[in-house]
Design a protein around this ligand. Structure first.
Ligand SMILES: Cc1cc2nc3c(=O)[nH]c(=O)nc-3n(C[C@H](O)[C@H](O)[C@H](O)COP(=O)(O)OP(=O)(O)OC[C@H]3O[C@@H](n4cnc5c(N)ncnc54)[C@H](O)[C@@H]3O)c2cc1C
Length: 368
């Protein structure tokens, strides 16, 4: 019998899950309250990179393989352009570098200074220290999500844009979703609604394992942009519970457009006011940014998980409800790998979701 599956959320997690489900023969409807890639999946910095967490590494590797065969106009650069992790202060950066060498030799960490650094990346300011990691493939911010949505459509999924959906449940199992005032019955529901996942399943207010961590990105065009993706050290601490400073510099260039980021705040920021500050601060690392005209500003919310890792698969206390969310700062880098795991689980495959990633670790979302 054909499984009927509703997916809530048209970001990368929802679109890729819908594609895998439809390709496996399920009758899939995806509901997106605005438009495909309206959230973080269309407004991010656009780099597919290693997540610096051994538990997440397999999701990244699978995602790279899946991107290579994605099609629908999506082109993943064959080789990483490299990420330069930068700081003004050498001592903490050097400690960070030594730790990474031991933990992730696969990233071939390479300390660069003096003339070697200037030769590798001439756009950096004097006095900036850096190490290089063999990861980081820049892609246009919405490209992957749109391609997954197209792939879902091509496999027969119905994609409904401009309609919010919420979970409908009864007697410990899903009934389907409520959308546009109707009950749309489904055997299984996958919720991939980013930071709005708790609301989409009608969870009690205290059950919020995924919250919003807002970010602003300013897009500029430089005559000679950095050849690497450049990231100020510290992003891992920012996207963990407890957080860190409210802003860290990054610059990612695709097709001549450079995305300069980014902020990390629980409240939605005043993006237009913040964007010039990001570019000005960035000039301390890449002097060509000084006075650069901003051609676009993007603001969106990362789905920040309470313990730093995604929530995948079945939810405790109910049959037929699955999550694909909580990718924080790494959703473009991990989303397809997660989506495939979730889709296999929905269709009853013999898939094992690592306990550190299982959505059920946060308990039942309701008290009844
Ligand atoms: C500034 C910034 C830069 C980033 N840069 C990178 C990067 O370079 N590389 C990387 O890997 N990651 C990056 N990320 C993280 C990445 O963008 C996210 O992890 C990823 O996009 C999350 O995807 P998602 O599908 O889970 O959520 P979202 O993209 O938020 O999608 C959820 C969707 O659900 C919809 N929705 C919500 N409620 C409902 C409802 N009730 N009914 C229907 N639809 C609903 C929303 O409208 C939204 O479109 C960045 C994030 C930010 C903020």
């Amino acid at each position: 019998m054909t499984a009927v599956v509703a997916v809530i959320g048209g970001g990368i997690a929802g679109c890729a899950t819908a594609a895998f489900l439809a390709e496996a023969g399920a009758a899939v409807t995806l509901y997106e309250r605005e438009a495909i890639a309206a959230g973080a999946s269309g407004r991010n910095s656009g780099v597919v990179q290693h997540p610096m967490d051994p538990v997440l590494e397999p999701l990244h590797e699978t995602s790279l393989e899946l991107y290579a065969g994605l099609g629908h106009g999506f082109a993943l650069p064959a080789e990483p352009s490299g990420i330069l992790v930068v700081a003004h202060d050498a001592a903490p950066l050097s400690a960070d570098f030594t730790a990474l060498q031991a933990r992730f030799p696969v990233l071939a960490p390479e300390w660069l200074e003096g003339t070697a650094l200037r030769a590798a990346e001439p756009t950096l300011a004097a006095g900036v220290c850096a190490y290089r990691l063999a990861t980081g493939r820049p892609v246009p911010p919405a490209a992957a999500t749109r391609a997954w949505a197209e792939r879902a459509r091509a496999a027969g999924a119905r994609v409904v844009e401009g309609e919010a959906a919420v979970l409908a449940r009864r007697d410990g199992r899903v009934e389907g979703v409520r959308a546009g005032g109707r009950l749309e019955p489904a055997d299984a529901v996958v919720v991939a609604a980013g930071p709005w996942t708790g609301a989409a399943i009608g969870a009690r207010p205290e059950w919020r394992p995924v919250i919003a961590l807002w970010g602003v990105v300013a897009q500029v065009r430089l005559a000679a942009p950095p050849g690497h993706t450049v990231e100020q050290a510290g992003v891992e601490s920012l996207t963990q519970p407890g957080g860190g400073p409210a802003s860290l510099f990054s610059i990612v260039t695709v097709g001549g457009a450079s995305a300069v980021g980014s902020t990390f705040t629980p409240e939605e920021p005043d993006a237009e006011a913040i964007a010039p500050q990001l570019v000005e601060r960035g000039a301390g690392f890449v002097p060509a940014l000084r006075g650069a005209a901003i051609e676009r500003v993007r603001s969106c919310a990362r789905p920040l998980p309470a313990d730093g890792r995604p929530l995948l698969g079945p939810v405790a206390g109910i049959q037929g409800l699955h999550l694909a969310t909580g990718h924080g700062a790494w959703g473009i880098s991990l989303g397809p790998g997660s989506a495939r795991l979730v889709a296999e689980g929905v269709l009853g495959g013999s898939v094992t979701i690592p306990p550190e990633l299982a959505a059920a670790r946060f308990g039942a979302p309701w008290s009844d």
